[in-house]
Design a binder for this molecule. Sequence first.
Ligand code: NAD
Length: 259
Amino acid sequence: MPATDFAGFRLDEQVAAVTGGASGIGRSAARLLAASGAKVVVLDIDCESAAESANQIREEGGQAKAMAMDVTVESEIERAMDATVAEFGRLDVLVSCAGIAIREPALDHSLKHWNQVLQVNQTGVFLCARHAARHMRKSGYGRIVNVASIMGLSGGGIYPNISYQTTKGAIVNMTRALAIEWASDGILVNAVAPTYVRTPFIEELLEQPGIEEEIRRLTPLGRLAEPEEVAPAILFLASPAASMVTGHILAVDGGFLAQ
Ligand code: NAD
């Protein structure tokens, strides 16, 4: 079979939910999943931007719907996953992109800030996975792709960001543990670990003198990633092509972790 006939990356007839789909990596992933045939539900706390993502997908010929959802509120997560299945009949793919950072030195990081970051990046990812898996289990098929970070596989070092580092490390091991627990249900759980990606998430950081140069210096490919360079890795893990891949953390890092 010619390689061009390979259909493993197609998501026709599938339904995908993308948290954090209103911006950055999540929006890019939502667009690519839709372009690959999936009906996409864009879930985000920022309703207006989520609606923009869904509109953009529809303009590009895809099918999408935006729903407001805060990943720190379990009832909202449950409602959004149920509404997705009620409207589209199934849920095949969950991409967990919603995330925040409060970059402060550990000694000054208030418990309030620590808890805020853990609630979104760690507990939120777990609750979304659990509520999605309840539906996926019924059909015996599911793909969960969590968005970790190179900061989940290294201690960082350019600037202090303790709660973020902690949560991304937690996502790495949560991904492995859920992959094992849900393997027999046909639910594959993987994560991507991107390097610095040019999105609103790091805009303020890049304004600080010397930071971008330091990132470039520490990256063998010598640059930051674009969201469109992370989305294909997410598509692979979300697709039938990854049928023998679970519990894997796919670095999309320009060689950052190779050193
Ligand atoms: P972004 O700020 O562009 O997008 C994050 C999205 O998450 C936003 O739309 C925001 O509204 C949403 N969100 C935040 N809190 C939420 C909540 N409580 N409930 C629902 N949605 C919420 O950021 P991005 O760069 O696209 O980041 C996406 C993911 O990628 C994050 O998990 C981030 O940690 C991770 N990541 C980013 C980078 C980077 O350099 N940009 C690098 C590695 C990993």
